[in-house]
Design a protein. Structure first.
Ligand code: GLU
Length: 313
């Protein structure tokens, strides 16, 4: 197995934007520089948001940018038996419990009616409440979710970019869902099971996921799996300071691709905010493999100056 084995893990739930592209580009530079292996995994478990054609579009976007991979594409939707087995082992070990709480009930219980769901900490309402999944189902009249029981205490890890990170997932989020009421396996479980099963030893992703890492480390530990090393990169904001994911149109790779923009101009733009401020107007992803240096990547979220093909804010 390669010393550096990583994955590109897009969620085909919308258009790939310049922010995702930059994270993938840096992941790819790190892997290729290390002589490592890259796997392409499509995280398509959110059936409500994965629209027909989006998987193909993401693949086309990556190819257009000049990125390649050694294995895949692998679809998570074809791997549910693995997630099922992991969940079963968590349940048998007493690490999960059925939960009947709706989002509304959780918001009311934590007395934070305006809090975003992901920001509020689950108050533990269903911890120890039901003896079985069947009992929870009968109580609510519909299938319950499964939640992972988060032990108290900090979880620390050494991030290749952020340095030492210590977070207490019991305080930040609390017991988290591993299988939702509609039967879908949650990101935290699927990503952990997959990264371990695929022998991924380097995970590079946006720092919007840094709070997920302690949860995933708990799953690694509980399932007896070896965790990878993590590298969390700052996000990219548009010239108005908004997250790329919030914006449509000129920051979407498919938009640029179908407008006939030269992908080498896009790579140059991404290189300029990734430690190469002197990058020329156009260059290929492959051109910078040797010279890429993680230490030169800006520590804070980067904000694009108006894009050459920009629309107004
Ligand atoms: N699929 C996730 C995303 O597109 C990335 C998950 C990960 O890298 O762990 O944000």
């Amino acid at each position: 197995m390669a010393a550096f084995r990583t994955r590109l893990a897009p969620s085909p739930t919308g258009s790939m934007h310049l922010g995702n592209a930059r994270t993938f580009l840096i992941t790819w530079w790190l892997a290729r520089q290390a002589g490592g292996e890259v796997l392409l995994r499509l995280e398509d478990l959110d059936r409500a948001r994965v629209k027909p054609g989006l998987v193909e579009r993401v693949i086309e976007d990556l190819r257009w940018l000049g990125l390649d991979w050694d294995e895949g594409p692998i679809l998570q939707s074809e791997r549910v038996a693995l997630y099922e087995a992991a969940l079963r082992s968590l349940i048998e070990g007493g690490h999960c419990y059925p939960c009947v709480c709706s989002r509304k009930e959780i918001r009311a219980a934590v007395n934070a009616p305006h809090a975003e769901d992901e920001e509020s900490t689950y108050p533990g309402t269903c911890r120890g409440r039901f003896a079985s999944w069947e009992e929870a189902r009968a109580f609510k009249g519909r299938p319950p979710a499964w939640r992972f029981r988060v032990p108290a205490g900090e979880i620390a890890f050494d991030d290749r970019f952020l340095g030492r990170v210590a977070l207490d997932p019991a305080q930040a989020g609390g017991d988290f869902v591993v299988r939702s009421v509609d039967g879908a396996f949650a990101y935290q479980l699927a990503v952990t099971v997959d990264d371990a099963a695929m022998g991924i030893n380097e995970v590079v992703r946006g720092d919007d996921l840094v709070a997920s890492t302690p949860r995933q480390l708990l799953l690694y530990r509980t399932l007896g799996l070896a965790p990878p090393r993590f590298t969390h990169l700052p996000l990219v904001l548009d010239e108005c300071g908004a997250r790329m994911a919030k914006r449509k149109g000129d920051t979407e790779i498919a938009f640029l691709r179908t407008r006939g923009i030269d992908p080498r101009e896009v790579i140059a733009l991404l290189a300029r905010c990734s430690g190469f401020p002197e990058a020329p107007a156009a260059l290929s992803a492959a051109a910078l493999v040797e010279r890429f240096d993680l230490a030169r990547v800006p520590r804070e979220a980067v904000r694009f100056s108006p894009l050459p093909w920009s629309q107004t804010c």
